[in-house]
Design a protein around this ligand. Structure first.
Ligand code: PLP
Length: 353
């Protein structure tokens, strides 16, 4: 029995027949329906599923002026038995509430998040691609809708979930630049919250780096640019001296679900792992002396993204050839296998819907 009453209004004409399943691009195709809940008078109400389409909100909504919005990102796949598999969705629900608190948005109860997700995935299950590597990207988000441009804690909000099929993520190994001028997230700031402004602030520096021929930035701390934080919108990991090393979580690093899953798997394999401050100096030094053998980004969108080159102050250093790597390829296969239901889910990460 549902804990929440969700009204369902189905679309009169599905758009699924228009989808070019062989050419799925990221983020432009959306499934037939979306889930919506509204927060008014201190509680979530009017839970519903309706046809995906434009919203009607006040031009004074704080989301439009002050960026009062938070988001999540996860994926669903279909297994051989036609069941939808989700990877650790409760962790996305929990993180949404962590993000919410920092920017004065209401938390979404985990049961509401899961119930809305379950209903939506059920109704649009045909939209989950079956092709190898493809998946249904799921975007839950919360934003302020008060009709008031006063800067104060808002009182009215929407929680929505939209979804859309995405193709196999494939990227050439990345060439990244250690950023020493711009900062993604400050100490005491909102870097640990998946809030809109973080992404707005990262776009221009990333664009500058692209112009200079880099795929992505390696963000450093905002105080002295001395410690590595993240790569683009991924967490970052290094294999140094056969140890898996990643920056320890601080308030300027987003606590990735991929990050913690990779750490868990590596420990389970008996690999040494370290979560600690990683100095830029150490990265350059171990690249030079050959102790760094692998570097990669980890995140839901990419799974594992190998880094082929790291540049610092215009000097570029290459990682060893990817064909010699042991950890990242094994990790990518292990994570994919669990997510797709083809290997044992030893840690009970998968939720079937
Ligand atoms: C979402 C995100 C990540 C990765 O989180 P996952 O839960 O692994 O997808 C890492 N860094 C930033 C800045 C992010 O927004």
């Amino acid at each position: 029995m549902n804990t929440f009453k969700i009204e369902v209004q189905k679309t009169a004409s599905s758009r699924i027949k228009d989808v070019d399943w062989n050419n799925l691009t990221f983020g432009k195709i959306f499934s037939d329906h979306s889930f919506i809940a509204e927060f008014k008078n201190g509680k979530w109400e009017h839970m519903r599923i309706e046809p995906y389409g434009p919203l009607c909100i006040s031009p004074a909504s704080p989301v439009l002026h002050y960026g009062l919005t938070i988001l999540e990102g996860l994926k669903a796949v279909r297994n051989k038995n036609n069941e939808a598999l989700l990877f650790r969705p409760q962790d996305n629900a929990k993180r949404l509430s962590v993000s919410a608190e920092r920017v004065c948005l209401p938390s979404v109860p985990e049961e509401l998040f899961m119930e809305g997700l379950r209903e939506l995935i059920h109704i649009d299950r045909e939209w989950i691609p079956t092709a190898e590597g493809a998946s249904l990207y799921i975007r839950p988000f919360v934003f302020a809708t008060d009709a008031c441009i006063g800067l104060r804690r808002p009182e009215e909000f929407m929680f929505m979930i939209i979804t859309g099929p995405v193709g196999k993520y494939y990227s050439e190994p990345l060439s990244v630049k250690i950023e020493t001028a711009y900062t993604r997230a400050a100490k005491g700031g909102v870097g640990y919250s998946k809030t809109g402004g973080n992404y707005a602030a990262s776009l221009y520096p990333a664009e500058q780096a692209n112009k200079d021929g880099y795929d992505q930035l390696l963000w450093t701390d905002g105080v002295h640019h001395r410690y590595i934080e993240e790569s683009g919108t991924m967490n970052v990991m290094f294999v140094i001296d056969d140890t898996l090393v990643t920056p320890e979580l601080t308030d300027s690093i987003l606590a990735g679900i991929s990050r913690k899953s990779v750490l868990t798997l590596a420990r389970d394999w008996g690999m040494k792992t370290e979560e600690r401050p990683v100095e830029v100096e150490e990265v350059i030094e171990t690249l030079k002396n050959g102790k760094m053998t692998e570097a990669f980004g980890v995140g839901t969108a990419v799974n594992i993204a190998p880094i082929a080159a790291i540049s610092y102050k215009d000097s570029k250093r290459l990682l060893p050839a990817i064909s010699t790597w042991k950890t990242a390829p094994k990790m990518a296969a292990a994570l994919e296998g669990i997510k797709r239901g083809t290997t044992e889910d030893k840690f009970n990460w998968i939720v079937k819907m």
